[in-house]
Design a protein around this ligand. Structure first.
Ligand SMILES: O=C[C@H](O)COP(=O)(O)O
Length: 246
């Protein structure tokens, strides 16, 4: 089914970049009228950034409102800087900071309750793909989020990011990505009236070379871009491919 929603291209700078780069993006990033463009920045830079041409996102958040949580940032603080998008459950945080499916689900719920948009990352490591249990693995990640956010999923964005494709230059083929996106949509359809209105974006070595063929897939509604979002030319070419998608 063809989409009736706007594509989304979100850049995730991870722990990269500097003020010079940021100011260059603020000064010169082009306008793309048909899509939502988001830049998920290191927290320190969020307060430095506002642009008419892209929205600002965070790379993580706390699910607590306030209190003794050293190093954490609350959703209320992010909202004070007009930061309406938050990545939750990125595989780097799941792996390095032991974020379980339950923690990711709590964060996704907190973001939705705050009126912001969670970009919830799911995706399998290589050994899971190799042993043929991708749907079980991704399904479990998804079920935790669905259980926690049931009834309020309109603003949810799911990012399918196979771990083996992140930062490796080894993108999932459009067919591999489409297969999992269709599975995710089917799973969502059991719990929301219109799963086609929920955006499911792909992440994992997306570049200006492969973006158009990924975006041509019926269930791929955009991209979560790491490395290629650090260069304005490549990131804007990816946005252009989404913007021109029929
Ligand atoms: O959040 C972004 C993803 O981890 C993808 O990163 P990548 O485009 O560098 O592979």
């Amino acid at each position: 089914m063809q989409k009736n929603k706007r594509m989304m291209v979100a850049g995730n700078w991870k722990m990269n970049g500097n003020l010079t780069m940021l100011h260059q993006f603020k000064r010169s990033f082009p306008v793309f009228e048909n899509i939502d463009v988001v830049l998920c920045l290191p927290s320190l830079y969020i307060s430095e950034t506002s642009s008419a041409n892209f929205s600002i996102g965070a790379q993580d958040c706390s699910y607590y409102e306030s209190g003794a949580h050293t190093g954490d940032i609350s959703l209320t603080m992010l909202a004070e800087f007009d930061c309406k998008y938050v990545i939750v459950g990125h595989s780097e945080r799941r792996a390095r900071y032991n974020e379980s499916n339950e923690i990711v689900a709590k964060k996704a719920k907190a973001v939705l309750e705050n009126g912001s948009v969670p970009l919830v990352c799911v995706g399998e490591p290589l050994e899971v793909r190799d042993n043929g249990s991708v749907f079980d693995y991704v399904g479990e990640q998804l079920d935790a989020v669905i259980e926690s956010c049931k009834g309020a999923m309109d603003n949810l964005v799911i990012a399918y990011e196979p771990v083996w494709a992140i930062g490796t230059g080894k993108t999932a083929t459009p067919e591999q990505a489409q297969e999992v996106h269709a599975f995710i949509r089917e799973r969502l359809s059991k719990y929301c009236d219109d799963s086609h209105s929920i955006r499911i974006v792909y992440g994992g070595s997306v570049s200006d070379k492969n973006a158009a063929e990924l975006f041509a897939q019926p269930d791929i509604d955009g991209a979560l871009v790491g490395g290629a979002s650090l260069k304005m030319d490549s990131f804007s070419d990816i946005c252009l491919a989404a913007n021109e998608r029929k």
